[in-house]
Design a binder for this molecule. Structure first.
Ligand code: ATP
Ligand code: MG
Length: 491
């Protein structure tokens, strides 16, 4: 049975702010995880993209902050500057009726402005690791009273690129604190590393056959390497997306593709790590505000970034890391909305795509390229439909997400027709058999040696094993399918 926010014991001031944000009911992950934070537990939270993880830590921390205390009590680490700004803005909205201040610190931002903001003793500081550590070293950021450490996109933050900086920051923090880790993807390795920084962490995760969001329609077009830009143009003409992110694997490709699209007359902007911070912020703000229709980006935009009602994600390049695919396409299909994710796949990429399919538990269908004159008439406006019809009465574009049940099929991959049938049934308001069973929650408490101890919340829970013969069958079927169409792989 779905809970209400007030049943979680959240204070009136926060409830009022959430109401104004259009948050009428907690999402599944909020209802499950917030009570654990209230019990002072260290937590690892894995739930799908767009499921509302920010408010899990935002709401619970804000509720638990000491209003008598001055100076930072909570530190939130994010992998990108854009995400730091977004999370800080979310926290500021949630704390609208509280005395606590929040601020964001991030690379290439004005040091003077950040120092002035830190002097005001904000209760929550959100930032990228390099800049946070800089402020700690310079003693601009007092860490003595920090009681909460949040690591958003934790798997990314604990990988080789960030771990040293994150570890340096953690060393400076009080030992007596609550540590919270969040991501839509949480490889086992993260659990092992997390043991070093957490005390008997509990895991909140939701059992699902798929790693991606069920409301996102995923498919790919087969393309030749030299015609990718041309085909992208053709796809965009056919899709007519109201807004779209095109992901490329390199900065160079981002520049080339965005230049090409601009020449073709699209309102397109580039986003990657070599672009100046001012320009990056302007680009993301313009895109969020709807001024730019197409954002061409590296994976800098893949994690955490929320664009209201983004209708299409295009993988111009198939991502190298399998989890990147999950995060990239997770920019669409958020808060219960439908979304489309299209990958342009060359012969070189096809094995990578198979691996992604297997990893995410979804068969990504190949479609014939749209005809030159094709135009998705239904997508002329936004092409979006919402599961349910419970938009906020405030009309601010937010609504309580209608979660598609995250379902288990005892290790079997769902066929496309099964998935279609389920989608149609849930669209028509009828519950599927699996939905009637209910999404089965799994809580896993990690043990000291890093192995996971599974606590079942449902007697019929079964651990899904995707490494068995089903995967093999899936892979063979895919290869036969592609071989029969003469889609050669060089790998
Ligand atoms: N209870 C709620 N009711 C309505 N909208 C919500 C609720 N909780 C969160 N949202 C909205 O849902 C969107 C997605 O939330 P959020 O960014 O926290 O997702 P996430 O789980 O962190 O996703 P990602 O894995 O991509 O980072 C945001 O626009 C947020 O404001
Ligand atoms: Mg997030």
């Amino acid at each position: 049975m779905s809970k209400e926010f007030h049943e979680l014991g959240i204070s009136q001031h926060i409830l009022r702010a959430l109401g104004e944000m259009g948050f009428q009911q907690p999402t599944e992950v909020q209802a499950e995880a917030i009570p654990h934070v209230f019990e002072n537990k260290d937590l690892i939270v894995r739930s799908k993209t767009g499921s509302g993880k920010t408010a899990v830590f935002g709401v619970s921390m804000l509720d638990m902050l000491d209003s008598q205390e001055s100076g930072p009590q909570a530190l939130v680490l994010t992998p990108t500057r854009e995400l730091a700004v977004q999370v800080d803005s979310d926290l500021a909205q949630m704390s609208k009726y509280l005395p606590h201040q929040t601020t964001a610190v991030y690379g290439q931002h004005s040091m003077d402005m950040e120092m002035a903001a830190l002097k005001k003793k904000p209760a929550i500081v959100t930032g990228t690791p390099g800049r946070v550590y800089d402020h700690i070293r310079r003693k601009n950021l007092a860490v003595g009273k920090i009681r909460f450490l949040v690591i958003d996109e934790a798997d990314r933050m604990l990988d080789m690129g960030f771990i040293d900086e994150v570890a340096s920051i953690i060393k400076t923090l009080p030992k007596k604190r609550i540590t919270l880790l969040f991501s839509a993807t949480m490889p086992d390795e993260v659990h092992r590393i997390a043991q070093e920084y957490m005390v008997r962490p509990e895991m909140v995760a939701f059992e699902s056959d798929t790693k991606t969001v069920d409301t996102v329609e995923q498919f790919y077009y087969r393309v030749e390497p030299h015609e990718k830009r041309y085909q992208l143009n053709r796809v965009l003409k056919a899709e007519q997306p109201a807004s779209c992110i095109v992901f490329c694997n390199t900065k160079h490709a981002v520049d080339r593709v965005s230049r090409f699209l601009s020449q073709k007359g699209y309102a397109a902007q580039a986003l990657h790590g070599d672009i100046s911070q001012n320009k990056r912020m302007k680009t993301i703000n313009d895109f969020k505000a709807g001024g730019t229709r197409i954002l061409v980006a590296t994976d800098v935009a893949a994690r955490g970034i929320h664009i209201d009602e983004l209708s299409l994600v295009v993988n111009y390049d198939v991502p190298v890391e399998r989890d990147s695919y999950v995060h990239r396409i997770g920019r669409t299909g958020r808060t219960g909305l439908d979304g489309r994710a299209i990958s342009l796949v060359t012969g070189e990429d096809i094995m990578g795509l198979y691996e992604i399919e297997e990893h995410i538990g979804v068969l990504i269908a190949e479609k014939p390229l749209p005809a030159e004159s094709a135009n998705r008439s239904s997508s002329k406006s936004t092409g979006r439909s919402r599961k349910g019809n419970d938009r906020s009465p405030k009309g601010n574009g937010r609504s309580r997400p209608q979660r598609t049940a995250q379902t288990a099929t005892n290790g079997r991959l769902k066929t496309e027709s099964q998935m279609r049938e389920e989608k149609n049934r849930s669209a028509s308001g009828k519950k599927t058999a699996l939905e009637r069973e209910g999404a089965r929650k799994v809580f896993v408490s990690s043990t000291q040696d890093g192995s996971a101890h599974v606590r079942q919340s449902s007697p019929e829970h079964q651990v899904i094993d995707k490494t068995g013969p089903v995967s093999l069958w899936h892979r063979i079927r895919q290869r036969l399918f592609h071989a029969s169409r003469g889609f050669a792989s060089k790998r």
